[in-house]
Design a protein around this ligand. Structure first.
Ligand code: HEM
Length: 482
């Protein structure tokens, strides 16, 4: 169990700033016991409404206190898994039994096809093996200058917008999109960043609907509010990716230098089969979708938390001044230890991917609990990160949760923003370096502040977004009254 050691209490911001208190229940954590059941199960209509609006609100409050919770969603039995040792058993030891769930695959399928995030079995393994070299440590370190360049471009823009109101969520999407385009698509020369970001939003905004319809077993073609906009967004994105592939082919630049050229050259070692353009597009969209919005949200929530906790903001700035007085570089980035802790604590309180789902391919057990074939396992990362039995003051912002000693004293899966097991996020190291580079570069010079005191509502749209964006006024860091 973790002790809070300072920042959360010492900061002058309200300790409850990061709080979204779940209702109290009597369920208690004791690993190995059978799953508890929620005190009250909502009706199907309520579940569907919540699914469409914000699925996180539909989780039974017991998920914040119990190790394992048996529940059901629209008649389908499911198990919420919170205890770290059970998360480990499911995601690591029984990864072959608990595979990506069909409901999620169907929800994401129209946008991402059978790419690395959604595929299962041999088809997934091949794609993961193929992409792995791009994420080798030395390759990712080589991408740090692109991350710093994108951060500095945003800093330049912000310098000319001092005192103005910006949507920090949008700003971060733009910054991380620049990074992904630069590193994964070799600059994708003609891509209209604004339009692409809009198309991603269009294709995700109504995603609660296909999720709910899929749970109901409705046919795939069934229209829903926002389905045409989503389809138009997807069509635009696919067209952009096809253009990027064509440009790469025309330039004859299949030199393995980035993900696009790796995929153009790839052949299955067993069958010799190459990837079709459709498959390459699925994967490029997967990397764009999985790889830029998530990091952008971690940064967005970090800026909001820093605005609420000025002492943490000052400590972060002091670190950057000391470690990187002339700017972040690949050589000094690893020394930005507190900056990384802030990012991790932001991802604890607001995990960009707030839930992952698996389903059982056979009858089995989890701990002492029988699990039947077809049953869904839900890993509510947001609840694990604020679990009453795993974290002291679980809702308070305290970057010292991530000192090396604190991390060592905690079970591995008490903190799992990148998932776990063989399907763990392939871009984890990339995301952390990118987040640190951008946060350090910007927070040193700017202290964005909400115009009016506000606690943004986290809304789950596959990723955990602040509802209505994150409008903040740009202030120079020195003006923040510290
Ligand atoms: C803060 C940033 C990020 C967060 C919180 C995050 C989170 C996650 C999580 C939780 C998963 C596992 C999903 C599951 O098990 O169902 C995942 C998978 C994945 N992520 Fe990330 N991610 C981030 C950044 C990135 C970046 C930067 C990239 C690529 C450049 C990326 C690419 C992927 C891919 C391709 C997968 C699928 C891996 C597989 O199934 O083998 N992610 N991510």
């Amino acid at each position: 169990m973790q002790m809070s050691t300072g920042i959360g209490n010492a900061g002058s911001g309200p300790e409850s700033a990061a709080v979204r208190e779940p209702a109290r229940t009597t369920a208690r954590h004791s690993a190995g016991v059978r799953a508890v059941r929620p005190a009250r199960l909502p009706g199907t209509l309520t579940i569907l409404r919540t699914m469409i609006r914000n699925p996180i609100e539909g989780w039974p409050p017991e998920v914040y206190e119990a190790p394992l919770l048996r529940s059901s969603q629209v008649g389908r039995p499911c198990l919420f898994v919170m205890a770290p040792e059970l998360v480990h058993e499911a995601l690591v030891e029984k990864a072959d039994i608990f595979v990506k769930d069909n409901v999620m695959r169907r929800t994401l399928g129209p946008a991402l096809g059978e790419g690395i995030l959604t595929a299962n079995g041999a088809h997934w393994r091949w794609q993961r093996r193929l992409a792995a070299p791009v994420f080798r440590h030395d390759r990712v370190m080589g991408m740090v200058p692109a991350m710093i360049r994108a951060a500095e471009a945003t800093a330049e823009r912000w310098a000319s917008q001092q005192g103005q109101r910006v949507d920090v969520a949008h700003e971060m999407m733009r910054t991380t999109f620049d990074v992904i385009a630069d590193t994964m698509l070799s600059g994708a020369p003609d891509m209209d960043v604004e339009r692409v970001a809009e198309a991603i939003t269009d294709s995700l905004d109504s995603i609660g609907w296909p999720l709910a319809l899929s749970l109901l077993g409705a046919p795939k073609w069934m229209p829903y509010p926002g389905s045409r906009k989503a389809a138009a967004g997807r069509a635009y994105l696919r067209g952009c990716m096809q253009a990027a592939i064509d440009a790469r082919r025309a330039a004859g630049a299949t030199d393995g230098a980035d993900l696009t050229s790796l995929m153009l050259d790839a052949a299955d070692p067993e069958t010799g089969q190459t990837m079709s353009d459709e498959q390459i597009i699925d994967n490029l969209l997967t990397f764009i979708a999985a790889g830029h919005e998530t990091t952008a949200l971690a940064l967005t929530w970090s800026f909001w938390l820093l605005s609420q906790y000025p002492k943490a903001a000052a400590r972060l700035r002091a670190e950057v001044e000391a470690v990187a007085p002339h700017g972040v570089t690949p050589e000094n980035i690893d020394q930005l230890v507190f900056t990384r802790q802030v990012l991790q604590e932001a991802m604890r309180l607001f995990p960009p991917a707030a839930v992952i789902v698996r389903s059982a391919t056979e009858d089995t057990t989890l701990g002492a609990e029988p699990v039947h074939k077809g049953e869904a396992l839900i890993f509510p990362i947001h609840a694990i990160h604020r679990h009453r039995t795993l974290w002291e003051q679980p809702d308070a912002f305290n970057p010292d949760h991530f000192t090396p000693e604190a991390v060592k004293a905690r079970p591995r899966h008490a903190f799992m923003p990148f998932g776990g097991g063989p399907r763990i996020c392939i871009g984890m190291m990339f995301a952390i370096l990118e987040g640190v580079a951008i946060l350090a570069t910007l927070a040193r010079r700017f202290a964005p502040e909400p115009e009016i005191p506000m606690t943004p509502e986290p809304q789950l749209r596959i990723t955990l977004r602040p509802r209505g964006g994150m409008p903040m006024r740009l202030k120079p860091a020195g003006d923040a009254g510290i």
